[in-house]
Ligand binder design. Structure first.
Ligand SMILES: [Zn+2]
Length: 197
């Protein structure tokens, strides 16, 4: 069955974090699931991302990896992005190893795609078709800026990473309609069971 790449799955707010969130239940090793374990889903993610991330990128097309080795590099990049920002949120700074891994992989991916001239960080995009991997590197480079880094949060319900762009930084969930409501229902249930017990 195909995955429905709906708005909820793009709660990260920027391509780099949406990519990190393609692994679900990272906090629970017995439940962890990789949405990209079927490479068909990477192409479907790329298509959906172009429309959900038009606020970040404007009118673009993301090209999914075509070979197995390109696929593996995208997965490596995804994990490097996840480690880099997840640790930075928790510990208020980058681990040297994580930053180095991200920059090394990012540099290699950009070198592999040298035909992609005129690269620029979003939203100053010149090209209308970009490899998904290179676009994810550029999206993540944008997040190194402390003004954006300080807005990255971890959803307390599903542990996804998301960028809180609200004016007073008040977003508590990756997605109020999914995780916010689940937490509300759980509080209600806990109260009820306390009353009943
Ligand atoms: Zn969530």
């Amino acid at each position: 069955m195909y995955i429905d790449w709906n708005a909820h799955r793009f709660s990260g707010g920027v391509l780099a974090l949406d990519l990190a969130n393609t692994v679900i239940f990272r906090q629970a090793p017995e439940r962890v699931q990789d949405r990209f374990s079927n490479s068909v889903e990477v192409a479907r993610f790329a298509t959906a991302a172009a429309s959900f991330r038009s606020g970040e990128w404007g009118d673009v097309q993301f090209e999914a990896p075509e070979s197995q080795s390109e696929h593996s590099k995208l997965i490596e990049l995804r994990e490097a992005i996840n480690s880099l920002f997840r640790t930075a949120v928790a510990e208020e700074g980058f681990k040297a190893q994580h930053l180095s891994d991200f920059l090394r992989l990012g540099s290699a991916l950009i070198a592999d795609n040298q035909h992609e001239a005129n690269l620029a960080l979003p939203p100053f995009v010149r090209r209308r078709d970009l490899s998904l991997s290179v676009a994810a590197v550029l999206s993540a480079l944008n997040l190194l800026d402390p003004r954006r880094l300080s807005r990255i949060k971890i959803c307390p319900n599903c542990h996804w990473l998301y960028l809180d762009e609200s004016r007073n930084r008040s977003r508590r969930w990756c997605d109020m309609t999914v995780c916010g409501n689940r937490a509300k229902a759980k509080r209600h249930y806990d109260r009820r069971s306390k009353m009943d017990g």
